[in-house]
Design a protein around this ligand. Structure first.
Ligand code: HSE
Length: 313
């Protein structure tokens, strides 16, 4: 039996919502898991670079240390089984180590495919909980599973509570992907274990304002709400161009804000429809002065989460 699952890219944090807000984007990885017929074939993992020309693909472990294998193993183990004869293929279009949820996509794709192979022992709530446990936070895996813009928390019992928020169609999201990489492990290692109370209060205020700004489509409120003091100030030194791009965009009336996508190094620029060309050239030119090339795309929020594409017996 063989199952393919299409999983969207995701952008986490969205300014103040560190480890709790994220949105899905229309860039996809396709994860295929197949039970091989010949006994003793073991686990065979293949990464195929869809439309990616990405050297970092070579760094992905293709054995039992692979995060996708670990995700599949957790699901098998949850019903007392061990995966033994599987061919796993990931067809990637989500750039790796760019802050666009590539690891979440393979965790989610692996879990959903394994769940189908095993006759769906896990419901959506269980998949959310397992995926969050593996990833460590719910802000990428939740939109990868349910789509849209979400705010999510993981409770002490492991369950994930989330709500979708409607992103205003008239607000544009421009995803700016530089040609350098930043691993999430490194980007998390620079964060302090404790933060000043005033910074925690600052972010709590902004998350509240963010929800109201989106619901009321209030652009002035959004400009205030997109600020963050919990992760971006510590990561700025790891992302050449972040402070310069933010500063250069600050003078553009149509820009609502510029934030790190997840742990970076990609950036999201939120804006009104007009001035998109100007915004793109500001980002491109600022990075270009630092010899950084960028792939810049204006994309809608993907409203669908992961979908099972194909199931062959
Ligand atoms: N919230 C996470 C972070 C997203 O910023 O580290 C990246 O996995």
């Amino acid at each position: 039996m063989k199952v393919s699952v299409k999983v969207p890219a995701t952008s986490a944090n969205i300014g103040p919502g560190f480890d709790c807000m994220g949105l899905a984007l229309p860039i996809y990885n396709i994860v295929t898991v197949e039970e091989t017929v010949l006994p003793g074939t073991g686990i065979d993992i293949n990464i195929l670079s869809g439309d990616l020309d990405d050297l970092s693909l070579d760094q992905i472990p293709l054995d039992e240390n692979s995060i996708i294998y670990k995700a599949i193993e957790v699901l098998y183990n949850s019903i007392g089984q061990t995966p033994s004869e599987l061919r796993i293929t990931v067809n990637t279009s989500i750039p790796l180590t760019k802050g666009l949820g590539s690891s979440s996509s393979v965790i989610v794709g692996g879990l959903i495919a394994a769940n189908e192979l095993l006759g769906r022992p896990a419901d959506k709530a269980a998949l959310l909980s397992i995926a969050t446990e593996i990833e460590g936070h719910p802000d990428n895996v939740t939109p990868a599973i349910v789509g849209g813009l979400v705010i999510a928390s993981q409770e002490d019992d492991g369950s994930v509570i989330y709500r979708k928020i409607n992103w205003p169609d008239e607000w544009q999201i421009t995803v700016c992907i530089p040609d350098f990489e930043l691993s999430t492990d490194i980007a998390r290692s620079v964060l302090p274990q404790e933060v000043p109370l005033k910074d925690a209060i600052f972010n709590v205020q902004r998350v509240g304002l963010f929800i109201e700004a989106v619901n009321a489509k209030d652009a002035d409120l959004m400009k205030v709400a997109l600020k963050d003091r919990l992760h971006q100030p510590y990561r700025t030194k790891l992302v050449p161009g972040l402070s310069e791009i933010t500063e250069n965009l600050r003078h553009e009336d149509n820009v609502l804000g510029c934030v790190l996508s997840g742990a970076g190094p990609s950036l999201l620029v939120f804006s009104h429809k007009n001035s998109l060309d100007k915004i793109k050239s500001i980002v491109r030119d600022t990075w270009s002065q630092m010899n950084v090339k960028a792939d810049i795309r204006t994309l809608p929020v993907e409203q669908n989460g992961a979908v099972v594409l194909q199931q062959d017996d």
